[in-house]
Write a protein that binds this ligand. Structure first.
Ligand SMILES: Nc1ncnc2c1ncn2[C@@H]1O[C@H](COP(=O)(O)OP(=O)(O)OP(=O)(O)O)[C@@H](O)[C@H]1O
Ligand SMILES: Nc1nc2c(ncn2[C@@H]2O[C@H](COP(=O)(O)O)[C@@H](O)[C@H]2O)c(=O)[nH]1
Length: 202
């Protein structure tokens, strides 16, 4: 069986990473969306084990020490990390895996798993990013400002990702990422043709 693709989706807070990952999953339920561990307290409506695994700082650092995380980072004032085992189980089962993580995390995934695909989402404009974060209404003005300050830093690194997709309309962004999946599966290093091997080797 072919190994699935490990797709990393990053971009500034409020650009629409969560929205796009949910839409991709709705269209293709075979995708595995990794559930991160975090020390951030849950937002209203967020559920443990569905949106995140919400853990104490002590538990998080234990997971780091035991090597249970594929990558982890401190984002804003909290720790976030990707549990390793479920990601590799899903890839081995031939499923494409989505990681919705920050840019520091994306670079760490590249170090630990070279064959990953890094996709950076950009907003159509800075003003639209501010408006999306404000409309979502999950942070107060101070927390929003902190996220916007980080956003500038993250946006400056987009060119180090494999792909940069502007999230203007959800349907178009989903279509672009589906096209990336198709193209990545066609890359020659991921292809094995047994009949051709037999032909060439006699
Ligand atoms: N293409 C789009 N057009 C208009 N609004 C969008 C679009 N994509 C997402 N949104 C809206 O923008 C807001 C932020 O989206 P979302 O929560 O998915 O962002 P995020 O990148 O996951 O943020 P965070 O990193 O903070 O978790 C939401 O209110 C969402 O409905
Ligand atoms: N490096 C990682 N970053 C992660 C992970 N899970 C989420 N994130 C990123 O954190 C910020 C904030 O998320 P929020 O839910 O508090 O809005 C955002 O950029 C996420 O992509 C992870 O496992 N590793």
């Amino acid at each position: 069986m072919k190994t699935g693709l490990l797709l990393v989706i990053s971009g500034p807070s409020g650009v629409g990473k969560g929205t796009i990952c949910r839409a991709l999953l709705e269209k293709d339920p075979t995708i595995y969306l990794s559930i991160s561990v975090t020390t951030r307290p849950p937002r209203a409506g967020e559920k443990d084990g569905r949106d995140y695994f919400f853990v104490s700082e002590q538990r998080f650092l234990e997971m780091v020490a035991r090597g249970e995380l594929l990558e982890w980072a401190r984002v804003y004032s909290f720790y976030y990390g990707t549990p390793k085992a479920p990601v590799f189980e899903a890839l081995a089962a031939g499923r494409d895996v989505l990681l919705e993580i920050d840019v520091q995390g994306g670079f760490k995934v590249r170090e630990n798993y070279k064959d990953c695909v890094l996709i950076f989402l950009l907003p159509p404009s800075w003003e639209e990013l501010e408006a999306r974060l404000a409309r979502r209404g999950t942070e107060d003005a101070q927390a929003r400002q902190l996220r916007l300050d980080w956003a500038k830093q993250e946006l400056s690194l987009y060119y180090r990702y494999d792909y940069a997709v502007v999230n203007e309309r959800v349907e178009d962004t989903v279509a672009a990422i589906e096209a990336i999946r198709v193209a990545e599966r066609c890359r020659s290093h991921r292809q094995h043709f047994s009949w051709l091997k037999t032909l060439l080797e006699g």
